[in-house]
Design a protein around this ligand. Sequence first.
Ligand code: B3K
Ligand code: ZN
Length: 844
Amino acid sequence: PRTIHLADYTPFTHVVEQVHLTFRLAPGATRVISKIAFAPNPDSKGGAFFLHGEDLKLIHARIDGESVIPNAAEGGITCDVPEGPFTWEAEVEISPQTNTALEGLYMSNGMYCTQCEAEGFRKITFYPDRPDVMAPFDVRIEGELPVLLSNGNPAARGDGWAEWSDPWPKPAYLFALVAGDLVNHPDRFTTRSGRDVELNIWVREPDLGKCAFGMDALKRSMKWDEEVYGREYDLDIFNIVAVDDFNMGAMENKGLNIFNSSAVLASPETATDANFERIESIIAHEYFHNWTGNRITCRDWFQLCLKEGLTVFRDQQFSGDERSHAVQRINDVLALRARQFREDNGPLAHPVRPESFVEINNFYTATVYEKGAEVIGMLKRLVGDEGYSKALDLYFSRHDGDAATIEDWLKVFEDATGRDLSQFKRWYSQAGTPRIAVQESFDNGTYTLTLSQSTPPTPGQPDKEPLVIPVAVGLLSPNGDEVVPTRVLELTEAEQSFTFDGLSAKPVASILRSFSAPVVLERDQSASERAFLLAHDTDPFNKWEAGRALAKDVLIRMITEGAAPDPALLTALENVARDETLDPAFRALALGLPGQDDLAQTLYQSGRTPDPLAIYDAVQQLRKAIAEQLGTTLSDLYDDMAVHGPYRPDAGDAGQRALRQAALGFLSLLDGGVRAQSQYETADNMTEQLGALACLLDIGKAETALAAFRHQWQEDRLVMDKWFGLQSGLAAPAKAAAAVHRLTEDPGFDWKNPNRFRAVMGGLAMNAAGFHDPSGASYALLTDWLILLDPVNPQTTARMLTAFETWKHYDADRQGLIRENLERLAATPGLSRDSSEMVGRILG
Ligand code: B3K
Ligand code: ZN
């Protein structure tokens, strides 16, 4: 397979003035009739006329009404074409029913649906399937199904057919079609300039009761984008459809967003607080793409972060505004460290704007999305809120209707603020997580902070240059008062000193407030200083971070030196847990211990080989110690945090439930599961029911509850995903492979459904000690299933291979076992392009 390079970009030979598509739907043989108006592209550098096309049976093709026979070429066709404008017509046959890859036009539970990003449209018809070719689309759908949907506004409909017209030029990856026996949850929204928009969430009939929250989130998103970014919706209708078989969360197709049902359907009985929160953010994310992605799209797929980083940044801002900024930031950083730092620290590390790829679907990564969003957060901090909004206004006015680049994006910031961003641009091209080392001195009222930065080598990038790093710093006096409020230091050199004068005593510095840059802060700090910051820092992120760092230090000493749980940590945690001035959601986060994978990463970074079982044991030991030491506090919290009245998914109630659940997790280690069992029996919402089940599983007392849960929920796919995922994620280390193997033999294990496959296999991969069982049984089990899934669904297979991305961090025996499995997979005949690229990169 060919490697595509950013440096090789050339514009398409033609422009598309109009697309007309007719679909004659039939499961095994759908006809797609296209009529496309092409004209020469004045910016073209010449070359043959080429259309992408994959797995298409060509029935006939015509140019200006005359039959033509195109020439087969790699990934499509070429054809001799007239010199001026011309009309291309083609009829092709495709088979949605046998399309298990879930890319292009496929079927899910009897309904037709599409997924075209990144390069799925070429499986629907011959077309220049590249994001810089934008055109208005008219679509006619013929099929005996009650609901027939496509992009844009409805144009006409009759018995067995419907026509749609999308006036906004768009790239083919935003095309969508849905046809099925669906019902809608309707609503309306009036935009700020008075456009009356029809809103619908389309679902299968039994799911109609699970749409209200998603609809509310949609309306709040629409309003927020008007208020905060001045962006209005631009069609008369906005449709969302829930689909059970979907490779990712959701897709922002113009006017017709298609969602994994797990990312839109929710009711108190079936969805957890975490599900509600995720749904709200994904609805917002896809809606926000209407401007950042659709109206302004990407010139080529190397620019993916242009739409994804920005849209993630926007959805994070939205969630912060709707809920709590502090809690949002902590959760975003937790996710960044768990996924992006992990990626940056191994063979899959790549820049926010990659420079080459084999399969673009492999680059929808935490680096492009989450680090891409962090880069925008840094930019905003550097130019200030006002500079940011001026730059964004300029971006929208200058580039509306364009397929733009990162250069275009940075230029609007330079033009709007006068700032030179040439050094800042390295954030887009340099991979790896920078480390910042800290040195401090205090002399005669002056505090000097010396920061030095370095970025470790990553594949293909042995040497790194200094970046522009905004480091937000505040100083506290020894009595806990803030003496210097937050100041943003701009670190641009390899090493730089910053001074603060006029201090009466040596301050305690709070560094990297709000996590102002995606870096690892290397700071040796005493337990007492960390506890001091946990108690006194005015920056909520750093307050939490101090507790986290303290817990990490303690756990690392327990793992490497066999130390006992440090009483200083237990006291500090108890103080936070009891502090009623703190938001319960924050306290719940403060009681959360570092994850086992996070500890493994930290050990590896400090030059030690992580032993997953030792990590597991230390975490268990610390949990036990916390439970014993904080027993009364936790039991009071468990009682006090009970939420009374009907379930509401808002941040306040959810925060109380989170704190109560944190308490229950510890208490169950002592009470034999009495509280959890009774909570399981009386819960009237999924958050508390599942929370109780998790505690029972954790202490090995879940047998009855698991059976009851299954009996109650066997008809609900999304709830049963939780049942599978929890068992695989919480299986005891030595028994994990066997437990997961049993789950795969369950008649409910529908492995071709990505949600179910991910629940079971993703659960195993996240069960760190179970996955890394020294026997290698889990590695082999996962590999067997990936080999089976690859020909069916390459995208989901390739994504799951990231379970192995940290393999070089472990000991020689584990590395040997993993290598064996990866090589076995690599040697599989006919392995997909997706998986071969991934396994090749992972093996290095
Ligand atoms: N843009 C889509 C992701 C498409 C993934 C293709 N493999 C969803 C999103 O980021 O909003
Ligand atoms: Zn997105």
